[in-house]
Write a protein that binds this ligand. Sequence first.
Ligand SMILES: CC(C)(COP(=O)(O)OP(=O)(O)OC[C@H]1O[C@@H](n2cnc3c(N)ncnc32)[C@H](O)[C@@H]1OP(=O)(O)O)[C@@H](O)C(=O)NCCC(=O)NCCS
Length: 155
Amino acid sequence: MRVDFSRTIVSDPTILQTCLDSICAIENSTFNRPWSRADFFQEINDVNSRILVLLNENQLRGYLFSRLAVDEISINKLCVHPDFRGRGFGKALLCELFDRNCKRCRSVFLEVDSQNIPAVSLYTGAGFSVIRVRKKIYANGADALEMVYKFPRRS
Ligand SMILES: CC(C)(COP(=O)(O)OP(=O)(O)OC[C@H]1O[C@@H](n2cnc3c(N)ncnc32)[C@H](O)[C@@H]1OP(=O)(O)O)[C@@H](O)C(=O)NCCC(=O)NCCS
């Protein structure tokens, strides 16, 4: 069997629109309280949004939605298709955000369920650290970790 690990990460708004159905399918299969199609549509049309989708074998495998505010980025959604996790796609999306959208940023913020081991490991491994713990925020009783990545001072 030939496994194609090649991937392309795109942010073109026209392509994003065509990915909406696939995004919603992955979203609905992953989250208990998924974003709606209207939520994604709104994000795609927001000038402050910074969105990346990862394609592999011409199929959508993952997406990252973030927002830029002055010199800070907030990651609001990062998800990889359930059948394609553990292949480096999540890390690739995160790295691409840093490379493509964080040139003038001082920090990147996000919030994650403390019991979400894959996500916490991904963020910790990428250099994020916990700045605040919000107790028992999620329906499962888990804490929310607020995490930040701070870029070294740039001249
Ligand atoms: C979190 C998520 C995006 C990771 O994407 P992924 O493509 O599976 O992750 P990658 O293969 O790129 O792995 C990157 C790192 O994540 C961590 N990781 C991934 N899967 C893991 C697992 N099952 N257990 C522990 N750590 C894991 C590891 O640190 C890994 O680095 P390594 O390969 O050097 O060990 C993916 O699991 C997902 O979509 N989860 C559901 C949605 C979600 O929880 N999103 C985050 C909300 S804040």
